[in-house]
Design a protein around this ligand. Structure first.
Ligand SMILES: [Fe+2]
Length: 187
């Protein structure tokens, strides 16, 4: 029986079966998973492995064989659902890194709304890991990552508009994660 997809090992195996041909996207994913592991003290102990699993899987919707709507958080979440993945993992992938903002630009809000967004330390930490990792796995601070995305996509394009609107939301999630990592409070 394959490993559960909400474990870091099961998630890593699925990611590795889909993403290596994508080059940089695979480097990015591996680095986001490592970053999520480093940030795992920001979430309750029982959720740390789920955080790392969601990091492994957050971008699987970019795999060509999963492409359906062309909106990767939704395509990734639907694929995980079709594999019987636990709901919480599906919802984290659907809502990673401000997906609602891009869904709005793409006219896919209703499709994404099928999945509830949990506003929680774990979603914040997933955003933190993704938004402090560059497109080829580099370690970037948040502002550099934002600028890099805005540079990569044309002004007025769906992603450019969505990221510009999402920036305060994403920055707040990164800040909350940093605060949790700094505090001595055990989660
Ligand atoms: Fe993504």
């Amino acid at each position: 029986m394959p490993l559960a997809l909400d474990t870091s090992q099961g998630a890593a195996e699925l990611a590795e079966s889909l993403l290596p041909p994508l080059g940089n996207r695979w480097l990015h994913t591996q680095a986001v998973a490592a970053r999520a592991r480093e940030a795992s003290a920001a979430v309750p102990e029982a959720e740390r492995d789920l955080l790392v699993a969601s990091a492994w899987l957050h971008d699987i919707g970019y795999a060509p064989e999963l492409r359906d709507t062309g909106f990767h958080p939704l395509d990734g979440a639907r694929h995980l659902e079709s594999l019987g993945a636990p709901d919480r993992l599906v919802r984290l992938v659907a809502h990673h890194s401000g997906a609602v903002y891009e869904a709005e630009q793409r006219g896919l809000s209703a499709e994404l709304d099928v999945y509830d967004r949990e506003d929680s330390p774990i979603l914040d930490a997933l955003i933190y890991a993704d938004m402090t990792t560059g497109p080829a796995g580099q370690s970037f601070d948040f502002d550099r990552r934002m600028d890099e995305i805005l540079d990569r996509y044309e002004v007025g394009s769906v992603v450019h508009v969505a990221i510009s609107k999402a920036r305060p939301y994403l920055g707040a999630a990164v800040e909350r994660t940093r605060d949790r990592l700094r505090s001595d409070q055990p989660m």
